[in-house]
Design a binder for this molecule. Structure first.
Ligand SMILES: [Zn+2]
Length: 244
């Protein structure tokens, strides 16, 4: 049998075993601890990656990358195996480390464009009319009625052209399995803390809440204005009865 080279299709498509990835991930965690580094691994409990509706919606949004179907599947497998040994969500970007067949994990960076002001204003206006929902949101539960503000071209979820990514692995594909694993890993993080989503999109949560509350107060005043003539009319009737 001919000796296999890197370019043999069989070799290229051969995937590292779960055992290899897991022992590599453990070794990476041990070395990081020894150096005093803090890694934040993504842990998937069971088969399901995201349990919340917004976490699932994030995964569905990724599937808009139809060209990368096979990469996305491999990415899920990596994530479930525990290969995403570190994932940090920062304003506008995610930095992560993903264990592969090499000793050192690959470095992945995902950049997501901030939501433009106009789009954000519209979303805040919509949320302002749902003030009870805002309270739930701050407690870590996105009301499902917000779904409309996430999906679609004008939503909070990034469209494919608003995401840029890179990985230090030698895979030439635009989206490698490590990037795919991190994209799914973000869903796990959102499940745990939905406000991280605002952070990722460059939205200041305090400002979002303040402006939304202001919008809500303005709407309440506007409603009060509409009601006041009715109150006056009612007073008039009361007076009329007083005379009678
Ligand atoms: Zn990669």
């Amino acid at each position: 049998m001919a000796r296999k080279t890197y370019y043999d299709t069989e070799t290229v498509f051969e995937q590292p075993s779960e055992e290899l990835l897991q022992s590599g991930a453990r070794e990476t965690a041990r070395r990081a601890r020894a150096r005093g580094q803090v890694l934040e691994p993504v842990v998937v409990r069971g088969r399901i990656i995201a349990h919340s509706w917004w976490g699932r919606a994030w995964c569905e949004n990724l599937e808009r990358y139809a060209d990368y179907e096979s990469r996305l599947e491999r990415g899920k497998r990596y994530l479930r195996t525990g290969a995403v040994v570190d994932l940090k969500i920062l304003p506008g970007k995610v930095t992560a480390k993903v264990q592969g067949r090499r000793k050192n994990p690959y470095k992945v960076e995902i950049r997501i464009s901030p939501v433009n002001e106009e789009r954000l204003d519209r979303i805040m206006e919509m949320c302002g009319s749902r003030i009870g929902d805002l309270d739930r949101l701050l407690k870590g539960d996105f009301p499902e009625e917000f779904k409309g503000s996430f999906l679609g071209e004008e939503g909070l979820f990034p469209t494919p052209r608003e995401i840029a990514f890179g990985c230090s692995c030698p895979d030439w594909a635009l989206m490698c399995k490590h990037v795919a694993a991190v994209l799914y890993g973000i869903a796990v993080r959102f499940d745990e803390d939905p406000l991280l989503f605002f952070r990722l999109r460059g939205i200041d949560v305090d400002r979002f809440v303040t402006v939304t509350l202001q919008n809500s107060a303005e709407q309440m005043l506007a409603n009060a204005d509409v009601d006041s003539p009715r109150i006056l009319r009612f007073d008039g009737w009361e007076g009329l009865f007083g005379i009678l």
